[in-house]
Structure formats: C-alpha cells, structure tokens
Design a protein around this ligand. Structure first.
Ligand code: SAH
Length: 611
C-alpha cells in the first residue's frame, strides 16, 4: 500500500509564526515529503523558503492549491482561517496543527487523505504524539472503509460492524478470492476461518451476505473498441453484459482501455465514468506488441488501425504481462469488448489518459480575485504554460507543476506548446490574465484547432475556465460604470487594422455604449489612444466620467476618475484599462470619495411608465 503522502503532488507547507516554531519546522522539513518552510513576515531576518504577510490569506491559498499544511500554531487559527473554504472532503489536502514544542500533531482535516499518516510521521520525528481522531483505524492499523487507491468497498455500511468486531478482539474471517490483500496484513486483527463475520476480497459479482464486508481489488482491465460516434448506451450495454455473463464485479474494473485514436470517443469515457474507473489509451504500436497473446487476431483490424486487435490487446496491455484474458473479444453492432485479469492493476501507470487542456483566467492579479475552479483544475494539472509573470502570479497554486514560461509576444508558441503537451497525454493549464476569452488565449487555441494543426490536437479535451476581466475589477473599484449597455475595444493595432478599430470606436460612441479600452497604449504605441480620445471627446459631453485603472490587484494599483475634458493620455500605459462613460454616466461624491455609475433608468421609468 502506498503511504499516500507522496500522492500530494503539491508537497507540504510548514507554516510558522514564531522563532520556536521555525526551529521545529527546520528540523522536520527534511523528513516530510517535499516540505518547504513558510515564515511570517514578522520574523524578520529569519531564513525562509517562502514568506507571507497575512496568515489567513496564505493558508487559504495553500489549501485551495492543494498543498498539505502543517501549521505550527494553535489549531483554532487554522480552523478559523479555513472554515469558509471547506466544501469537498474528497479533494481537500491534509491539514495538521502542530504544537510548537512538538508534543502534539493534530490532523484537523483529511485524516484519511494523508493527514493521519503525516501526523504519525511528524510524531515519530519529534517524539511527540499524533492525536488521531478518526474511528478505530489507528488501533486497527488499517481503515477498512478507506482502502488503498484502486480498491473499492462494495458495502461500506458493513465496514463499521466488521471494524468494531476486530477492535473488540472478536474473530473475523478473511476470504481472499482475488487481488493482493497485502495491506490488510497491517491490521491488528484476529483472522479466524471459523468466524461468522467476514472480510471477502473478491472480483466475483454477487451480493454480500449478512455479516460480510466485500472489498473489490483492482484486478480487471476492460478493453473496448468502437466505431466513431457509437452511442454510449451501446458500448455500456455490451460491457455490462460481458461482465455479468462472466460473473465479474463492476467495482473491480481498474481501467477501461482502448487505442489512442479513441481518446476522444464519448462512449469510451461514458463507460469509464459509469464504472468509476479511469480511461487509458495505447498507441497502435504498443497494442501490436500484444498480438502473440490475442485470441482473435484480425488482419482486417491491422489494415485499418495498425494492430491486430483493439479490445483484447488494450485489455492485456493495461492488465500487464502476467494477466490472463478472461473474456475474449465480444461484439455488439458497432463495438467490441474484452476483459483481462491480473493480481493488481495500477491504472495510473498504464497507457496514457486523454490529454486535457484547461484555458484558465487568473483574474487581474491577486489570488483573491481568482475563481476557485481555476485552483481546482490547477490541482489536477501536470503542466502550466503561460507568460512568465502570469505563472508567477499563481504563486503556490503552480508549485509542483512543470512550468513552461514564455515571453510577451509568444502567444502562438504558448498555445502550440500547450496543445502539444496535452496531445501527448498531459493535463495542461494554459493561463491568461483576467478572462481567457477576452483579448486572450482561448480564441487563439480554437483558431489553431480550426487550422491545419497536428491531428492529435483534435483528441484533446478542452475546457475554458473564466476569470474576472480587467474591466470588471476596474468597474467595481470605481462603482458601477458598466451598469448599462457597454462594449470593450482593444486599441492594439498589431493584429487589427487601425481603420477597423476607428470604425468600431465611432459606432460605439454613436451607439452611446459605455466603452472599456483594453491595450490602450504602450511606450511606443501612443497614437491610437490619442485618436480614440479625440473620437470619443467629440461625441460625449465634456464632463463624461473617465476611469483610468492601472495595475489592478497587483500591488501598486491606482484608480483615477477624471472628466473627459481633463483626460490626459500620458497617464495611460500597457497595464491600464480605461472606461469611458456614456451620456448618462455620472460621477458622485459620497463618503469622501468619488463613485462612477451608469444608471439603469429606474428613476425615469418610474416617472414615465407608471402614472
Ligand atoms: N484577458 C485580459 C486582457 C488581456 S489584454 C482580461 O480579461 O483582463 C491586456 C490588457 O488588459 C492590458 O493592456 C490592460 O488594458 C488590461 N489589463 C489586464 N490586466 C490588468 C490589470 N491588472 N490592471 C489594469 N489593466 C489590466
């Protein structure tokens, strides 16, 4: 059984606030998986791997990024900091409170997701105690309802009865029909073949009997093939019939395997999701190596896809060299299925998953303005691709990922790299600042897919994760200037002819839209902004509010509101977004500051429409 700690790809953060805590953390760090010491900025001059200013924000960022947290501080500090974020116990990283003198390590969250094991490891190093609070698993040595990766529990309710019996030192039977039950030998149990209560380890289908806990080891690989566009129901029906006829348990299916050409076939993924097993893919060359073990090699299949069988070969390739084909190729109208069986199948280690590309918006700057969904997908990624400073903005959320940083201007290179990595089976995040669909990378990804790119790109699963765009944060800072119809115009004439930009500016001004100006100017490109200001000034009242928002959520943020007649274009650079109000936009002094809003028209509607 893997000890589970290394599974936390994001490593461990030892978070310290005091000199005593720092000394303890330094001693522990070399003994914990990929541990780094995070030190409060209040401890000036003390060595640190990472520094933070606000403990609450920092701990929340680490948590959202999936990093295991060991806080050398009061448990309550961690509880209060993380309380608003607790949502999904199956995804969240382990969190441990550690007393500054090392006497107690308390797993607060994720006991069965590594926190108990991490606390035990810390206690071993400090000579202190791990305050384990989850059920009887420590006394028992194993958690029967939380078996190793790949295993499933057929009837979790029975786990309590059986564990209670074992804890009370009552005898329990252990029946092993399949799989490698090695991890159960860690249980401090009195196994007795005559006992009536039982743990059965089996991949045979059938309903558990009274007093029997059935554990399903990952022993089966289902190989599938199908024509393009096969209905998911047809393939699922075939797989279900095949497993039932062979008396095999669905929960023991460790993997659904096929040929790489099928990596984007919805039916294959639907069947895998149905069975709760990952889908993995092999190239034709790898499948061809299985030909000597096939029961139904086919020259026809070879002519079509370059290997003598798909379903049988994929099942065998996934189940490994010692596997047996337990169900040979079985056909439905448009699909085939075969099953191979082995002692233990580690699905994560065979073939490749379908490549994934998430085009993610990081928001304007600080992580507080980034969607939790962005952090969630970063937690699943293997690679992150983007403009270097935007990757840096991700901070701890990008740690542990392979980073591919590109320079400004290398937009196509970034997209190609991201697609290539994903086509090779990677789980890739391509980052954009703000929203990835607003003057950013998402459109370019689809443009490349629409063109004559690599064929393997087409099989990549793509998702776009939105972010807060610069105009949204600028608007929020200023009040509500986008309260009525608005548009966004990029003033960059690198890709768009100036005549088009000019035409849109005039049309937007005449349509009385509120206008957000992106890419307003760079050091050398000043002309378009001056021209835009002149176009808008000629069509708007001189006191129209203009919002000049610079470096939003990035440290030295500034937001200014000026009337149109005082709009000084020299105050605008590449890191600025400008919002120009429409004829109704108003500036309002309240609470010692200036707000800008564009009325939605309630006042006039009330007066006019409702006599
Ligand atoms: N996808 C981004 C826009 C990229 S275009 C988004 O949705 O925000 C780059 C332009 O966006 C910059 O020239 C600037 O006009 C604006 N911008 C991006 N981030 C900004 C920030 N933090 N503060 C102010 N403007 C920003």
């Amino acid at each position: 059984m893997s000890d589970g700690l290394e599974e936390h790809g994001r490593g461990t953060a030892l978070v310290v606030l005091t000199p005593g805590g720092l000394a303890l953390a330094r001693r522990l760090a070399p003994r914990l998986p990929r541990a780094r010491v995070h030190v409060s900025g209040r401890l000036q001059g003390m060595p640190a791997d990472v520094r933070f200013t606000d403990l609450g924000c920092h701990v929340r960022d680490l948590f959202a990024g999936g990093t295991a947290i060991v806080g050398v501080c009061a448990a309550a500090i961690l509880v209060r900091a993380l309380a608003p974020l607790l949502a999904d116990k199956d995804r969240e990283p382990p969190v441990i409170a550690l007393a500054e003198d090392g006497s107690h390590a308390i797993p607060l969250l994720g006991g069965h997701r590594g926190a108990n094991r991490l606390a035990l490891r810390i206690a071993e190093a400090t000579g202190g105690a791990a305050a384990i609070t989850t059920g009887g698993d420590v006394r028992l040595g194993v958690a029967l309802d939380d078996p190793p990766a790949g295993w499933k529990v057929e009837n979790p309710k029975a786990a309590k009865t059986v564990a209670a019996a074992l804890l009370a030192d009552k005898p329990v039977r252990l029946d092993v029909e399949a799989g490698d039950p090695g991890w159960l030998s860690a249980a401090k149990a009195r196994w007795d073949t005559r006992a009536s209560l039982a743990v059965r380890v089996s991949d045979r289908s059938g309903v558990p009997s009274e007093g029997e806990l059935v554990l399903r080891p990952p022993t089966l690989a289902v190989g599938v093939g199908c024509e393009r566009g096969t209905e998911p129901d047809e393939l699922a029906g075939l797989v279900g019939r095949v497993l039932d006829a062979a008396g095999l348990a669905r929960a023991s299916v460790a993997v659904v395997a096929s040929i790489e050409l099928k990596a984007d076939e919805p039916a294959v993924h639907a069947v895998a999701a149905d069975l709760g097993a990952p889908a993995r893919f092999f190239d034709a060359h790898r499948l061809e190596a299985e030909t000597p073990r096939l029961e139904n090699p086919s020259a026809l299949v070879f002519a079509e896809v370059g290997c003598h069988g798909v379903a049988e070969a994929a099942a065998l390739a996934a189940a490994g060299p010692d596997a047996k084909l337990v169900v040979a190729k079985t056909k439905a109208k448009r699909a085939t299925c075969a099953v191979a069986r082995a002692v233990a199948i580690d699905a994560g280690a065979v073939g490749r998953p379908r490549g994934r590309l998430w085009v993610v918006g990081t928001g304007p700057g600080a992580p507080a303005y980034r969607a939790p969904e962005a952090d969630r997908v970063l937690g699943h990624a293997t690679d992150v691709v983007g403009y270097g400073p935007y990757i840096d903005l991700l901070g701890p959320a990008a740690r542990g990922l392979r980073q591919h940083a590109f320079a400004l201007g290398e937009e196509q290179e970034r997209c190609r790299k991201a697609l290539e990595l994903a086509a090779a089976g990677g789980a890739v995040v391509l980052v954009s600042s703000g929203d990835p669909g607003v003057f950013a990378m998402a459109a370019l990804v689809f443009e490349l897919l629409d063109g004559a790119g690599d064929k393997a790109w087409r099989r990549v699963g793509i998702e776009v994760v939105p972010g807060i765009s610069a105009m949204q944060l600028a608007a929020a800072r200023a009040g509500a200037p986008l309260g009525h119809d608005f548009c966004a115009i990029s003033l960059s004439d690198l890709l768009t002819p100036w005549e088009d930009i000019e035409r849109r500016l005039i049309a937007a001004a005449e349509g009385d839209f509120v206008i957000a100006l992106y890419n307003p100017a760079s050091r050398l490109r000043r002309g378009p902004l001056t021209a835009a200001r002149d176009i808008l000034a000629a069509r708007r009242p001189a006191d129209t509010p203009v919002v000049i928002a610079r470096n939003l959520a990035r440290g030295d943020e500034s937001v200014e509101v000026v009337p149109m007649h005082a709009f000084d274009v020299s105050r605008v650079d590449m890191l600025t977004v400008v919002i120009v109000g429409n004829r109704r936009t108003r500036a309002l002094r309240r609470g010692g500051r200036c707000w800008v809003y564009t009325p939605r028209g309630y006042a006039t509607a009330a007066a006019g429409d409702d006599p």
